[in-house]
Structures are given as C-alpha cells and as structure tokens.
Design a binder for this molecule. Structure first.
Ligand code: ADP
Ligand code: MG
Length: 590
C-alpha cells in the first residue's frame, strides 16, 4: 500500500504549488518585460529629444558663426574701402529711388561721391573685389532724406539687375541704429533673401553720410544638408528638417516632399516642440521635433521603434526568462524541501499511527476474548475440579489395591493417566481465572529468572545461560504470575529443541523498563502459526503433550503487568540459524 502511495501523493501535494509558482513567476516576468519595453520607448523619446536639441544647437552655432563671419567681413570691407580716398564732390545727381519695403519710388538728390578717383554710383569695382575676398554680399549706401540708398552693390534683384537705387527707409531698425553712429548686426531681408547682416556708418565731417554693408546668406542649406545627411540616430533613425509649410528641406530620401498629410502637419505646425508616434509602412515610428526660430524651420529626428527595441527586447526577454527559470527552480526546490516533503512525512506518520491503532485494536479484541475465556473457563474448571479430584483419587486407590496380575490393571492405569491429563487442563484454566489481579512486589529480576530456570527440567543436550549487565535489577511484579510466564516460555523453548541446543536468557534494563529475551535455537515458528500463538488451545504438540494454554496465559499476565510481548522467529535454515526469541518488556513500576 505504501509503495503505491509514494509517487502520486508527493506529486499530488506538489503539483498545485508548482502550478501556482510557475504562474506567478511567468506573470511577473511578462509584467517586467512589458515594463522594460515601455521604458525602452521612453528612452527612445528622450534620445530623440536630445538629438533634436543637439541639432538646434548646431543650427544656433551655424548662426553665430555666420554673425562672426559678417563682423570680420565688415572690418575687412571697412579697411579696404578707406584704403582708397573717398571724395564728396560739389556735384549732385537726381536718381529715382525705390523703398525696399513698400516699393514706392520717388526722386532723390544726392551728392556725387568719388572713390579711388572714380564715381561710386553704379560702379562695381569695390563690391566685386570684396566679394572676391570675403564672399557674400557687399553694398555701399549714401544718405538721402528718406533713408540710405544703395549706390554700389553686388546684390541682384529678381530680374537679375543689381539693386542699385533701392533704399532702406529711415524708420527701419538698421537706419535708426546707424544714424546714432553705431554698427548694426542682425538678420535682414535683403531684396528677397534672408541674410546675416552687418552695417557700419560712413562718417564724413562727423555726420553719418553713408553705410557700408556686408551680408552672408543666413541658411547655408547645402552645408547643413551635408552634415545632417551623414548623421544617423541609433540603428534606424535620421535627422530631418522641414519648413513651416511642412516641406521637407533636408531628408535622406524625400527632399522637397510634404511630411505627412495636412491633418498630421497642422498638429505639428501648431506647436513648437513635441514628439509623435505614427505608422510608416506598417512599422511604428517615433519622431521628435522642435522649431528653430532664427531659421524659421523645424528640426526633427525619427527612428523605427521596433528596430531600435528589437535587440533590447530580446535581451530583456532572454534575461528575464533566465531569471524566471532560476527563480522557479529555486522556489520549487525550496517548497519541495520545506513544505511538500514535510507534509508527505506527516501524512506518512499519520498512516503509520493508523496502522498502529489497528494493531492495538486487534490486541484489545484478543484480550477481551481472553477475558471471556477466563470467565467461562473459571466456571467450568470449578465445576470439573471436584469430580475430577474424586476420579483421580478413587482410580489411584483402585490401581494401588489391584493385584499385580489383574487383567483390568492396564485399563485402570489408563483412567488414572487420562484423569491426570484432565486435571492439567483444568489447572491451566484455573490459572487463567486467577490472573485477574496483580499482586506486585519488588523482585530482583536476575535472581528471579535463575529461579524459574531451575524449576524447569532441562535435558542434558541443552545448554542454558543468563546474560546481563543490568545495574538496577529491582522490578515490581507478581511473583506467582511471572513464574508461570517464564516457566512457560522456558518450557516451550526446551520443547522446541528435541535434538538439543541453547537456551539463552538476556536481561536488559533502562530507567523505566526491563526487557527479558528468551532465545532458543529450536525449530522456530512458521509464518502461518505466528498469528495464532496467543489463541487459546492452539498447539502444534501431540495430544497429551500440549494444551495450547501456555502462551495465552503468558500474554494475559504480561498485559496485566502493562508490558509487551514481541516474537521473532526463523524456521528457514537458508536464512540463518533457526530459533525463536520471545522479548518480554515490563515496566519497572506498574
Ligand atoms: P503448548 O506448549 O501447550 O503447545 P503454548 O501456548 O505454550 O502451548 O504454545 C503454543 C504453540 O506455540 C506451541 O505448540 C508451539 O507450536 C509454538 N511455540 C511456542 N513457543 C515456541 C518455541 N520457543 N519454539 C517453537 N515453537 C513454539
Ligand atoms: Mg507451552
């Protein structure tokens, strides 16, 4: 029964725990992976935002560089311009001038200037020379009533003509600053292009009479394009630039096209900064963008999320899986060792104690049976004892008085013998009846046992010995009853060794108990008879030799003394020496 129970029970106990542990760990792992993917996406967004800020700084740097370049160029232009004499002649000229903002035209009178001995108005010598040295645009202005008019320039109007005779009106910031005698740097629309500009007053007799101007095209897109097109972000990302109409100005593959549809764009173009996630060719993409005001364009960067995350997710998942597997193994081992195993042992112990209970119940039934037996046999024995006494007495007398040659002598002897046998049986039954009370006294167990042994007839071919190293030899017991116990056991041992052998008595003691082992080297008791030993009238001996009342009596008396009997026997010579050991364990105090 036990071997059938082992595996299924352990498994039954362990399986639910296993399922719970695995479920919990798997859920935790999935949650962790999910969290990681989210944080990867957050990371992507912050990386893109950082990238966009870096690009903006690059643009800002470009702007500052342009400004510095213009400042330097203006100095060079100034030195170059004044290296030749500037003469204001007495002559004047009338020119039709054009307001560069309003495009209104009117006539203006201005003095004729000579520069390096040549008339400056409309000349190209100085400006083209300067363009050759520093690049960009260069202009010389002269003061008129309504502002400053270009008299020599390399800037061209949309029709290709040089923009001579266009003027900056007095109310422009440039004019206002320069009229105070200061230089002006900034950004300006010159004709129809954005320039980084520098204006320096030309003073004649301490009066602002004209201007020197240099400018550099503000957004050098080809330069920025070259830099940006070489930039990559992560594995799949790139920067791009679009203007306030959503036209892609710099993009690795879609330059000149619109970025997204109008709804998409209107969302972006209403804001100055932001991030968005959208689908492109079925893949999720994230972009960050920011408006760079000085250049009036949006700087942006985008990546494909799945491409960026793939490796990270793979690592996170494999890492989490490994942790999960290890956690599961450890948890299972732990739970198995500390819970399942214990529970299993507990159930096993329960099973064992149930079995023990069954044996105890059996024993109880046995002693009840014996008690019944005792009561019945006591009644019968009492009734039989007197008539039996009369039979033995008178048959004895008859036998004695019969002449030696009487033909009935053998018959009478038979009566005497059989009557004796009946007396034996009745005597045994009376013993049964008498054992109900224990009259315990202190006894030296070693001495007591040697006395019982000497009361048994031992044939010469049997050697006997008593072994003991017991210190405290005193035990409480009923001498009369215990004499019957040991005498019976010793007699049985002797009877089991018809061919001779050894009868060894061993006495062992603890604080509470004394154990007496009566061991013989006899025939042993077969497995099948083991269960019947204590049943009244069970005997394997010939009629007349055994009554089968010895061991039931022994059992009853030992139980009355609150002791235990244990029998070990071997009948099979192939398993070792044959023989039987009766162990009687008695408490020192009843
Ligand atoms: P009896 O001795 O009258 O047969 P018991 O109750 O004393 O009755 O013993 C019952 C039976 O138990 C015996 O007949 C015998 O078969 C067996 N038995 C008892 N003690 C031993 C022993 N030491 N060796 C072998 N058999 C034994
Ligand atoms: Mg006997």
């Amino acid at each position: 029964m036990r071997s059938k129970l082992v595996i299924p029970l352990k498994l039954k106990l362990f399986l639910p725990v296993m399922i719970i542990v695995i479920t919990v760990v798997v859920i935790t792992t999935l949650w962790f992976v999910n969290r990681s993917i989210h944080s990867f996406n957050d990371r992507i967004i912050s990386t893109l935002e950082l990238e966009v800020q870096t690009l903006k700084q690059m643009f800002e740097r470009e702007r500052i560089l342009k400004l510095e370049k213009v400042q330097t160029n203006l100095k060079v232009a100034r030195i170059q311009f004044f290296s030749k004499p500037l003469v204001v002649t007495d002559r004047t000229m009338t020119v039709e001038v054009e307001n560069q903002r309003s495009n209104m035209r009117h006539e203006a009178v201005l003095p004729v200037w000579k520069h390096g001995g040549k008339e400056l108005f409309g000349s190209v010598e100085f400006v083209d020379f300067m363009e050759g040295i520093v690049g960009g645009s260069v202009t010389v202005f002269q003061r008129i009533d309504s502002g400053f008019v270009r008299v020599s320039t390399n800037i061209r109007k949309s029709d290709g003509q040089r923009a001579v005779a266009t003027y900056i009106p007095n109310n422009s910031p440039v004019a206002e600053t320069v009229l105070e005698g200061r230089s002006y740097f900034g950004r300006a629309v010159v004709v129809d292009k954005w320039y980084t500009t520098g204006y320096d007053p030309i003073l004649i007799d301490n009066e602002v009479s004209g201007l020197l101007y240099v400018g550099d095209m503000e957004k050098d897109m080809s330069e920025l394009k070259r830099i940006l097109n070489n930039l990559t972000i992560g594995k799949s990302g790139y920067p791009f630039v679009f203007d306030k109409y959503g036209t892609l100005l710099i993009h690795p593959s879609r330059e000149g096209e619109q970025w997204g549809d109008s709804l998409f764009l209107s969302n972006v173009l209403n804001t100055t900064d932001g991030t968005l996630t959208f689908l492109q060719d079925g893949h999720s993409k994230t972009a960050a963008y920011s408006y760079f005001e000085p250049f009036e364009l949006y700087v942006a960067a985008s990546v494909f999320n799945d491409i960026e995350n793939r490796e990270l997710v793979k690592n996170a998942v494999s890492g989490a899986l490994m942790v999960a597997v290890i956690a599961i193994i450890f948890l299972l081992i732990f739970i198995y060792r500390f819970t399942t195993e214990r529970l299993y042992n507990y159930l096993n112990a329960l099973e064992r104690s149930e079995a023990k209970l069954a044996t105890t119940e059996e024993a109880l039934q046995q002693s009840e049976k014996l008690a019944h037996m005792g009561q019945i046999s006591a009644g019968i024995a009492h009734e039989l004892n007197n008539p039996l006494g009369v039979i033995t007495m008178y048959s004895g007398i008859i036998l004695d008085e019969l002449p030696a040659d009487s033909p009935v002598r053998d018959d009478i002897r038979m009566i005497v013998e059989q009557a004796d046998r009946c007396k034996n049986i009745v005597g045994g039954l009376l013993n049964f009846a008498r054992k109900n009370k224990v009259n315990a006294r202190e006894v030296d167990i070693v001495k007591f046992l040697s006395q019982t042994l000497s009361g048994v007839v031992i044939p010469e071919n049997i050697r006997t010995a008593i072994h003991t190293d017991i210190k405290d030899t005193i035990v409480m017991l009923d001498i009369e009853q215990m004499t019957q116990v040991f005498t019976n056991l010793e007699k049985n041992a002797v009877e089991a060794m018809p061919e001779g052998g050894e009868l060894n008595i061993q006495i062992i003691g603890t604080d509470r108990e004394v154990e007496v082992i009566i061991a013989d080297t006899g025939t042993g008791i077969s497995e099948e008879n083991m269960g019947k030993l204590f049943t009244p009238f069970f005997t394997t001996k010939k009629v007349g030799e055994g009554t089968g009342l010895g061991l039931p009596l022994v059992y009853g008396i030992v139980k009355m003394h609150k002791g235990r009997i244990n029998v070990i026997s071997n009948t099979d010579p192939s398993k070792g020496a044959t023989g039987t050991r009766f162990c009687i364990t008695l408490p020192r105090i009843i």
